[in-house]
Design a protein around this ligand. Structure first.
Ligand code: SF4
Length: 372
């Protein structure tokens, strides 16, 4: 279905893609594996795709609820334009129901319950260029559910030479996958656990569609992607589960995909678990390296596990402190000592004056004053 903007007397509505009409005025949204059947006047599970008069509309289109400049390492992406800023935005809503959501204030909100700012796709790109960001990230909540806006921003960004990044839970259908990811340059996909029990009980979704997305990314696109596994004490941190996850990544995606183990902090409905001990991340990283994955990182803690090392000669290649790049010794994407080519997208980024990621703006409330 083609996009079109109307108003319902309250706000501009953008007609959605990836839906079909059903008898009785309902609509079927097939953007994500939930396949919501949505009645007249109702919204899908994600809150931001709604049926008005028998048509599906994207309530998140051009209505970001969060705008910020981040270091690219925060997404996290460690092998994509390291040390650069990324213009980051997100809307309300989500298509998973994670009890431990770390961005629940927007992801669990309806579109009309957050303070959003109307920003057309071209203005997102203008803002990114104004603030010297070589890339734009769709992040904070699940960008799949506002895929129409993502695609239009990507088209505008490409015209201006900017890259685009999806930070996603990977919960998308086959029907929508290429429509979105064919426009994307890089992605970080959350692999939240490696058991269907965890996905079912703690995210209200399923594991297999996420594994499918990862394999489509590897086999059918040129998207640079990395994987994040948020480790939650006692729920998904068993060494046997970590080993099974790593073996699956190695077998199905190969050794070039970086894997990030990140620390959980109690949030939203999961307040009865402690923060992830650093020792858990260290142990997971050791398991991954033993399995044969060479690019394994620890996140949300201060650790030498944040650095990139040459898997051939062990030379320190990129030194990081939390999300800041302190030193990058790669030469044209290769180890300066042994010459090994390190997989990633290293070239073509404009380095902003004064370094990247050190200057952070949260200017959602000031968009009107930006004088583009
Ligand atoms: S994108 Fe939203 S409305 Fe569509 S199927 Fe998924 S949860 Fe339901």
């Amino acid at each position: 279905m083609a996009g079109a903007t109307i108003t319902d007397g309250r706000a501009a509505l953008h007609e959605a893609r990836w839906w079909e009409p059903l008898p009785g005025g309902k609509v079927h949204c097939y953007l994500c594996p939930r396949h919501c059947h949505i009645g007249e006047g109702q919204a899908g599970f994600c809150f931001i795709r709604a049926n008005r008069d028998g048509k599906l509309y994207s309530l998140g289109y051009a209505e970001p609820a969060a705008l910020q400049i981040d270091p690219i390492e925060k997404k996290p992406l460690n092998h994509f334009l390291p040390g650069t800023r990324v213009f980051s935005l997100g809307t309300a809503g989500c298509n998973m129901g994670c009890f431990f959501c770390q961005n629940w204030d927007i992801s669990k909100s309806r579109a009309d319950h957050v303070r959003a700012t109307h920003i057309p796709p071209e203005d997102v790109v203008r803002l990114a260029m104004k603030y010297d960001c070589p890339s734009i990230a769709f992040t904070y909540n699940e960008p799949t559910i506002w895929g129409e806006y993502v695609i239009d921003i990507c088209a505008a960004a490409r015209k201006c030479g900017l890259k685009t990044v999806m930070v996603s839970n990977g919960y998308i259908t086959r029907e929508a996958f290429h429509d979105i990811y064919d426009h994307i340059d890089a992605a970080n996909i959350d692999l939240k656990a490696f058991t269907e029990k965890f996905y079912g009980q703690s995210t209200l979704s399923h594991l297999q569609p996420v594994l499918d997305t990862l394999q489509w990314l590897k086999k059918e696109t040129n998207v640079w992607f990395e994987i994040t596994n948020l480790m939650i004490p006692t729920l998904n941190d068993a060494p046997a589960e970590t080993r099974a996850l790593c073996e699956w990544v190695l077998e199905h995606l190969g050794p070039d995909v970086p894997l990030h183990f990140t620390a959980f902090h109690p949030d939203f409905k999961l307040q009865d678990k402690p923060p992830t001990p650093p020792a858990t991340l260290h142990a997971a990283r050791r398991i991954a390296l033993e399995t044969g994955l060479p690019y394994v990182y620890e996140g949300n803690i201060y650790s030498a596990g944040a650095h990139t090392y040459c898997p051939s000669c062990q030379t320190l290649l990129i030194r990081r402190s939390w999300h800041d790049v302190q030193e990058n010794r790669l030469k044209n994407g290769c180890c300066p000592k042994c010459g090994l080519a390190v997989p990633g997208r290293w070239m073509g980024a404009r380095q902003p004056a004064g370094g990247a990621g050190n200057e952070r703006h949260n200017f959602a409330a000031r968009y009107e004053d930006l004088n583009l």
